[in-house]
Design a protein around this ligand. Structure first.
Ligand code: AMP
Ligand code: FE
Ligand code: FE
Ligand code: ZN
Length: 280
């Protein structure tokens, strides 16, 4: 079993990279990829922890792309986490995040929710601060019962405390990952929320622009989605990858590797990513 989509405390997960390696080992996983949002901060601790273990560690990142529909994320695998260009470009995104976070807090306060920056930062782990941390802080302050309610009521796109942040286009994300020596993969395509024919057209366009794979195996994908995305991958010459999108305590029903119990990412996915990396 392998899991190619995992978050740590460096973004919105609740486990350290060291804990993730230990958990993967306990669960008998052969490999995990750390794919924190907009940061490579967890990569060195991950590699260090994996060095003395039975788990193969894959360097990764998850970038958010501009999208006028739902949510579009691009994963980068086998990136060089020391690549200057990558660090420079993700810094720009992070500055945009910081500006956005200030605006979210202002909006929440204006809406009458008592919340301070320190409440939010306390929920964040080591590095990137994002909406899940606002959600956790809102729960702690008893403004809402659950994190999901915080998103549904306030933080999700179209809700009153939502604020846009700077994102690269999908093609820019793909280029950036390529510059860092990585293979790009379209994450959880179902969250783009597009009719099938349009979505397929979009994937085709991205494939022409250097996309290497598509995350067909995903804990929250319906089996028919997995089948459909695998078919597209085959047709378009893309690698089929997969993972759970594990966020630790932030996704309490989901298990590393197996998701809600049904997920099985074939080891072949990693072999194909490696082969693509070797061809760069
Ligand atoms: P950010 O990058 O700070 O805008 O936060 C995005 C993250 O928030 C995603 O990766 C998810 O973990 C989480 N998220 C986004 N939308 C929702 C939602 N509707 N319900 C629960 N979590 C969400
Ligand atoms: Fe996340
Ligand atoms: Fe994602
Ligand atoms: Zn993710």
């Amino acid at each position: 079993m392998i899991d190619l989509h995992v978050h740590s405390v460096y973004s919105d997960g609740t486990n350290t990279p060291e804990e993730l390696v230990r958990m993967a080992e306990e669960r008998g996983l052969a490999a995990i990829a750390l794919t924190d949002h907009d940061t490579v901060g967890g990569i060195v601790p991950l590699l260090d922890a994996a060095a003395g273990s039975s788990v193969e560690a894959v360097t990764g990142i998850e970038l958010s792309a501009e999208c006028d529909r739902g949510t579009m994320h691009i994963l980068g695998y086998f990136i060089d986490h020391t690549c200057e260009k990558l660090l420079e470009k993700i810094n720009i995104v992070r500055e945009g995040r910081e500006e956005r976070n200030v605006e979210i807090l202002k909006k929440l306060n204006k809406l009458g929710y008592v919340l301070t920056w320190s409440d939010v930062v306390q929920e964040a782990g080591a590095d990137v601060v994002g909406r899940p941390h606002f959600a956790a802080a809102l729960v702690k302050r008893r403004h809402v019962k659950t994190r999901k309610a915080a998103f549904d009521l306030l933080l999700a796109k179209g809700r009153p405390a939502y604020v846009e942040r700077y994102r690269y286009t999908a093609c820019e994300c793909i280029d950036l990952i390529r510059q860092a020596g990585g293979i790009s993969v379209l994450a959880h395509p179902a969250t783009i929320y597009m009719p099938d024919d349009q979505l397929k057209g979009l994937v085709k366009g991205l494939a022409r622009n250097g996309l290497g794979g598509i995350e067909a195996y995903y804990a929250e994908h319906h089996p028919e989605n997995m089948a459909r995305f695998s078919e597209w991958a085959q047709e378009l010459g893309l690698i089929c990858t997969g993972g759970t999108d594990f966020h630790g305590g932030n996704t309490p029903d989901l298990r590393l590797g197996s998701g809600f119990g049904q997920l099985h990412v074939p080891d072949e996915a990693l072999e194909q990513l490696k082969a693509a990396k070797a061809r760069i």
